[in-house]
Ligand binder design. Structure first.
Ligand code: FBP
Length: 554
């Protein structure tokens, strides 16, 4: 980095807050075990797969005396999509390890899990950490989506760690990466390597959470950035009064991001995928409802508005879900069908091939889509072999369908409802933003806490900082066994252990609050303009957590 902005310079000196127990005892906090735990489901199957890490107690840190600790060499990787605060996890981990013993070393493996397998690393020192404190992005060591799941890969990791004297690995990632961390932890015990594995909960999507992991890092900052942008667009819409803005928001399957942004900004409509699935709402029903809102607003001379759409919506629509499942299975890499499909170069030939191999109902749904959606459904898969939902322009699909409806309405009723539109997709805009105070503090705490878990000799745990809806001086620290979050799920025709994704719960306070207000938001102009993230100023402005967290933990 050659030049840094004035804000970045000021922000570099921000000292993140820690839970009191880590402030007072540092990484020497005493690990107090609770009751034995069990997995969220499929207990027998998970126990059989993880004989040494199943049932471990949850850990709560309490104050403990300083003591001598041997130096440790630790590996860290960033895995999956970027999320604000990743550098602070590394900074917290670094500071914690140095507090354990100044001779401890931290190695950052480059480009995610593949760095660990291919032995691409850098030693992280004070100068490097200082240059990245409180910054956004993952560029210190970069990230990647290679799946770390095969024994051959694990053996390479062991060899690479042994060469550097590494006795602990910290995996900063989402549900898939932490699932892999869980498998790796068990493998390390089975092979008697003595290498500890600790996970940290990362993802802007907010879908890695449970009773003990209250929120994944990055969700707070990313939703604040998107809400700022949505608020700006709302104000533009309300000023010009001529456009309907359809905004798709990242978040993969879960609608937490869309819901949080709706709670922060009060759009005229926000679709929640989990509700669509629960009610079995068809694509036509969704479009009809949106059309009604457009027509009703037009009758009040409000030919403008803002609609929020979660990225994963398409997968939850009853008639589309089986189509995507069939596409994932029948075009999977390595299968005969997949190979034949991949050999085709022409899009029309690809479409014809797929239509021939889908069930009649899925083929008819597929054929009903405009050609840009067909092409997007057949585009590159992600490393897990799935359709990349972020590449499907649902916002444009909905615009096209509402437009048809409005035209038909105008023709049938002799009306002049105007429907001029703008489509947006917000995702990458928020993933590398400078972390909010919350994420800066939370991430630093997660990393520092990971050093305490390592110091306590634990493995197969996720770093857990709790009570985070309250000010940091009330935060608690500890560890949760990774096996506790697991269940069995069917992936690519096989039952495999995975960390259960947390989707939006329709009976929980965030959704209920949204549902209570959405009709009023549809009819009027109740927009809220949250403005940009503030880093300096009063706590009620700078340290505010998300509405989701406030409502969930009220
Ligand atoms: P993670 O689950 O790895 O945290 O990724 C989050 C995410 O931003 C999703 O919201 C989005 O669907 C996906 O990454 C996009 O992936 P890519 O960065 O590969 O385009």
């Amino acid at each position: 980095m050659t030049q840094i902005s004035p804000l970045q310079k000021a922000r570099a000196s921000y000292v993140p807050k820690l839970p009191p127990v880590l402030n007072e005892s540092g990484p020497f906090a005493k690990a107090v075990p609770g009751e034995a735990t069990q997995s969220v489901a499929d207990q027998d199957a998970i126990k059989a797969l993880f004989p040494d890490t199943y049932g471990l107690p949850a850990i709560q840190f309490k104050n403990g005396p300083q003591h001598d600790a041997k130096p440790v060499n630790v590996a860290v990787i960033l895995s999956g999509g970027q999320a604000p605060g990743g550098h602070n996890v590394i900074a917290g981990l670094y500071d914690g390890l140095k507090a354990l013993n100044p001779a401890s070393k931290l190695y950052g493996f480059l480009g995610g899990p593949s760095g660990l397998i291919d032995n691409k690393y850098m030693a992280i020192d004070e100068d490097i950490v200082n240059a990245y404190r409180n910054t956004g992005g993952f560029d210190m060591i970069c990230s990647g989506r290679t799946k770390l799941e095969e024994p051959e890969q694990f053996d390479k990791v062991i060899a690479n760690c042994k060469a550097l004297g590494i006795t602990a690995i910290v995996i900063i990632g989402g549900d898939d990466s932490n699932t892999n961390a869980c498998v790796l932890a068990q493998y390390m015990i089975t092979k008697k390597t003595g290498i500890q594995v600790i996970g940290c909960p990362k993802t802007i999507d907010g879908d890695l959470k449970n009773e003990w992991i209250e929120v994944s890092f990055g969700f707070d900052t990313a939703t604040k950035v998107y809400s700022e942008l949505i608020g700006n667009i709302m104000r533009d819409a309300n000023s010009a009064r001529k456009y309907w803005h359809f905004i798709k928001l990242m978040g993969r399957s879960a609608s937490h991001i869309a819901l949080e942004c709706a709670l922060q900004t009060h759009p005229n409509a926000c679709i929640i995928s989990e509700e669509v699935e629960k009610k079995g709402t068809s694509l036509h029903d969704i479009v009809d409802k949106l059309t009604k809102v457009v027509i009703a607003r037009s009758a009040k001379k409000m030919d403008f508005g803002v609609v929020l759409i979660p990225e994963g919506l398409i997968e939850f629509i009853p008639e589309i879900k089986p189509l995507i499942k069939e596409l994932n299975e029948c075009l999977a890499e390595g299968t005969d069908l997949g190979k034949k499909f991949n050999a085709l170069t022409d899009m029309d030939a690809k479409i014809a091939f797929v239509v021939d191999h889908l069930s009649a109902s899925s083929a008819s749904v597929f054929k009903s889509f405009p050609s840009f959606v067909k092409a997007q459904l057949l585009g590159d898969r992600d490393p897990h072999g799935n359709v990349q939902v972020s590449r499907i322009e649902t916002e444009k699909l909905l615009i096209a369908m509402v437009e048809e409806n409005v035209k038909a309405h105008n023709k049938a009723n002799g009306t002049k409802v105007k429907f001029s539109t703008q489509a947006h997709f917000f995702g990458y805009e928020g993933r590398c933003a400078a972390p909010s105070n919350f994420d800066a503090d939370y991430c630093y705490s997660l990393g520092f806490n990971a050093s305490a878990l390592i110091g306590a000799g634990l493995t197969g745990y996720m770093s857990s900082v709790r009570n985070v809806a309250r000010p940091a001086n009330e935060w608690e620290a500890g560890g949760i066994p990774l096996t506790m979050m697991m269940n069995m799920e069917r992936r690519h025709g096989k039952d495999v252990p995975v960390i259960r994704k947390a989707l939006v719960e329709l009976d929980a306070a965030p959704f209920k609050t949204f549902a209570k207000h959405r009709d009023a938001w549809a009819e009027g102009v109740e927009f809220v303009y949250p403005g940009p993230i503030q880093y300096f100023g009063p706590a009620e402005v700078c340290d505010r957590t998300t509405m989701t967290l406030q409502l969930e933990r009220a």
